[in-house]
Design a protein around this ligand. Sequence first.
Ligand code: ZN
Length: 62
Amino acid sequence: MATCPVCEGTFYVDEEEVEEGDLISCEECGAELEVVSTNPLELEAVDEEEEAKEDEEEELEM
Ligand SMILES: [Zn+2]
């Protein structure tokens, strides 16, 4: 079982199916979560807005 850092709900994740850096979705709230550790299984919310801004900056620099 994994705990969602966004809604604090728990949902089933097969620890043998995921690796560090994998992105999965919370079954409770739909948030995108990154696997930061597999033993024990730890998830971190992915901030989509922040990533979008970074992409924009990179495009402007080019
Ligand atoms: Zn959630």
